[in-house]
Design a protein around this ligand. Structure first.
Ligand SMILES: NC(=O)c1ccc[n+]([C@@H]2O[C@H](COP(=O)([O-])OP(=O)(O)OC[C@H]3O[C@@H](n4cnc5c(N)ncnc54)[C@H](OP(=O)(O)O)[C@@H]3O)[C@@H](O)[C@H]2O)c1
Length: 226
């Protein structure tokens, strides 16, 4: 049976690499993108069954309709990767409030919308894997060291992981992952890790066996403290 995976922000960076990795393992991948032309272009460069789908996370009303449209064509999504995010570097006294709200929308609210609408189908089919791509900048243990909007959004996304895991049956697993500092547009050229290295743990969490973990935070396949 072919499993179906939906990856947000799949047109470039880490999302694209996760899409590639899952397609290589035989998954059909829905590559979420806000610009369908760019998504189609990215999908056409990946070997395997990959289809671009329009998912713009900036507005929840629009997003929820887009998710419902996808579900009307694909009512059984097995894997959801909440990958898309923005990073605005301003700190508390410099950040424009609209930028703070936009970050919370894209990095947190959109993940909530996707989880709320997609997990009921996972529960019904007794199978689901949700991977929330967060960051060490969202770790309380590490001191929430990133810029204010990014750190708060990622800490809240981690909280969503832990909270939702409490409600989901064990057949539907949800975990957070810090992929590491990666050479992407967001991470920049000085980053020590390649995108391929960054994608390893998200792909592992997306393909967990039935006895795999849920409600936890990982980095490089090791447990990370919140
Ligand atoms: N890179 C790192 O060092 C690093 C470290 C820790 C955690 N992470 C996390 O890893 C994930 C991927 O990061 P990355 O480095 O691959 O970032 P990236 O290169 O900046 O790519 C971000 C992706 O998110 C999409 N996106 C942004 N806003 C969107 C919106 N409103 N609607 C739909 N898609 C949107 C982008 O689409 P467009 O092309 O349309 O803009 C792009 O596909 C993020 O969650 C990030 O926080 C990254």
């Amino acid at each position: 049976m072919t499993r179906l995976a939906l990856v947000t922000g799949g047109n470039r960076g880490l999302g694209l690499e996760i899409a590639k990795g899952l397609a290589a393992q035989g998954y059909k991948v829905l590559l979420g993108c806000r610009n369908l032309e760019q998504g189609n272009q990215a999908a056409s460069n990946i070997a395997g069954d990959v289809e671009a789908v329009h998912l713009d996370l900036s507005n929840s009303n629009i997003l929820r309709n887009q998710i419902k449209e996808i579900l009307s064509t694909y009512p059984k999504i097995d894997v959801l990767i909440n990958n898309a995010a923005i990073l605005i570097r301003d700190e508390i006294f410099d950040i424009d409030e609209e930028d703070f709200y936009a970050t919370m929308q894209i990095n947190l609210n959109a993940a909530f919308d996707l989880i709320q609408l997609i997990t009921p189908t996972m529960i019904k089919q007794n199978y689901g894997r949700i991977v929330n791509i967060t960051s060490d900048f969202g770790s309380f243990k590490d001191g929430l060291l990133g810029p204010v909007s990014y750190s708060v959004s990622k800490a809240a996304l981690n909280a969503l992981t832990m909270n939702v895991a409490r409600t989901l049956p064990d057949t539907v697993k949800i975990n957070s992952v810090h992929p590491g500092w990666l050479k992407t547009d967001m991470g920049g050229l000085d980053a020590p890790l390649s995108i391929i290295e960054g994608a390893e743990t998200p792909i592992w969490l997306a393909t967990l066996e039935d006895d795999g973990p849920t409600g936890l935070f990982f980095h490089q396949k090791e447990l990370k403290q919140w």
